[in-house]
Design a protein around this ligand. Structure first.
Ligand code: UD1
Length: 416
């Protein structure tokens, strides 16, 4: 299993090109199932998750090529409707194939994803929304099974804002009969990007970027030709690395407003931030100031940046309070950061972080994607050597991470 060795203490300086967003790519890849034909997606990040999703599509019968960052997906020959447990358990987002399969074939057999490293992560809203649209679904042997389904537009109001369930119901509604009205939807840029990709190929979704979507079903869609939006979480993670190392990093190819909440917090922590049209320059302070953060759905501070922000606050000149209101158990990085000398007290879903002047390198273990990212940026700032075990989590979500860090001056090495 690969490990990452980082020798900390260098300021990161230079330019870094931000990759396409994993969380935007995955639902758009699922959307290719809706229209038989040859789809072209550009700026797709080369990650374990996009490769796993490609595998799911291939198992269903799609033909795929993935060269550089361009993915061509031919969904004309799709014949199977089953997404097996072996793949879904490694990546929850595989559940995105459910609605497209029901829409195209009236049938699906998709494994329930099960829990994950930080709690139960239910899919009840995905199921309730599809049922409201006329899908009779059964749970059989760990699988969600639909047969003879004819989707109809309906009004559905989410009692919790969910990125995944919003995307799922959009995928269900675009080809359904009649009009669907979705209330209290997620407005993450990834959701809007999915909507725009669908509208570009003939869907009729109104209200993108607002909490209410009106979707008029159409009888068919053209193949998708889309460019994946930049990854706001990757961008914000590099910005956090600048904050922690007192570095100066220019993020290239970004949409600054997509990670405004993170930039704003980093400014509060003492960073100087310059926003351009497609660039953001972040200069870290000599030592971060403490900040208080509560994660919220977009446009609030993302839960996917909570772990990295705790790492920044671990070095702050005072006490920070960081609350995760989205995932109450998402704190597996805390004991690992403690091994590096961080002083963090967990009270339920609230981390009280008492800043220390320095962290020290240690052997630590990654337990999920963003937790791993927080260990990496902590290691970059720590004294001495850190070895991070189980970095396959990082490979799920950060394209060419060590290369990008090395180009910014970090001493980082992958140990196989
Ligand atoms: C997506 C992102 C993930 C991010 C999360 C929150 C992808 C592939 N993943 O995950 O990186 O951390 O959004 O921004 O885009 N919930 C329910 N019932 C459901 C679905 C969700 O109660 O059926 C709850 C969840 O437990 C959580 C909240 O809704 O408390 C938000 O989860 P959701 O937005 O659905 O997360 P994902 O789409 O799984």
């Amino acid at each position: 299993m690969d490990r990452l060795r980082i020798t900390g203490g260098r300021r990161l300086e230079g330019d870094v090109a931000i990759s396409g967003a994993k969380n935007a790519a995955l639902p758009i890849m699922a959307a290719t199932l809706l229209a038989p034909g040859v789809h072209r997606l550009r700026n797709v990040p080369r990650l374990r998750d996009t490769q796993t999703f490609a595998r799911v599509l291939e198992l269903l019968g799609a033909r795929l090529s993935f060269e550089g960052n361009e993915m061509t997906i031919d969904t004309s020959q799709v014949a199977s409707v089953e997404a097996p447990y072996e793949l879904v358990k490694t990546m929850r987002a595989s559940i995105y194939v459910l609605a497209p399969l029901l829409a195209r074939f009236g049938e699906a057999r998709v494994s329930l994803p099960g829990g994950c490293a930080w709690g139960p992560r239910p899919v009840n809203l995905h199921l309730a929304g599809l049922q409201a649209m006329g899908a009779k679904l059964d749970i059989e042997h760990g699988y969600i099974v639909g047969r003879g389904v004819k989707l109809r537009g309906a009004t559905f109001s989410f009692d919790v804002v969910s990125v995944g369930a919003t995307a799922q119901l959009m995928l269900a509604a675009v080809l359904a009969e009649g009009t669907a009205v979705l209330e209290n939807v997620a407005i993450e840029p990834d959701v809007t990007a999915l909507g725009e990709a669908l509208n570009d190929c003939g869907a009729r979704i109104e209200g993108l970027g607002t909490r209410r979507l009106t979707i008029r079903g159409v009888s068919a869609l053209r193949p998708i030709d889309a460019t994946i939006i930049p990854d706001r979480i990757e961008a914000a993670t590099f910005a956090a690395a600048a904050a922690m190392t007192g570095g100066r990093i220019r993020l290239r190819g970004v949409v600054p407003e997509h990670f405004e909440a993170s930039l704003h917090k980093l400014e509060e922590a003492g960073c100087a931030v310059e926003r351009g049209a497609e660039t953001v320059a972040v200069a870290g302070p000599p030592r971060p100031a403490p900040v208080n953060v509560a994660t919220q759905p977009y446009p609030g501070f993302p839960t996917d940046m909570q772990a990295q922000m705790i790492a920044v606050c671990a070095l702050a000149s005072g006490t920070s309070v960081i609350e995760d209101t989205i995932y109450l158990d998402r704190f597996t990085h805390v004991p690992e950061l403690a091994r590096m000398g961080a002083r963090i007290e967990l009270r339920g879903n609230v981390a009280v972080v008492k800043g220390v002047p320095r962290l020290s390198g240690a052997q630590v273990m990654a337990t999920d994607l963003r937790a791993s990212a927080s260990l990496v940026i902590a290691a970059l700032a720590a004294e001495g050597e850190t070895v991070i075990d189980r970095i396959y989590h990082l490979d799920r979500g950060y394209e060419a991470l060590e290369k990008k860090l090395a180009a910014l001056g970090a001493r980082v090495e992958r140990l196989s």
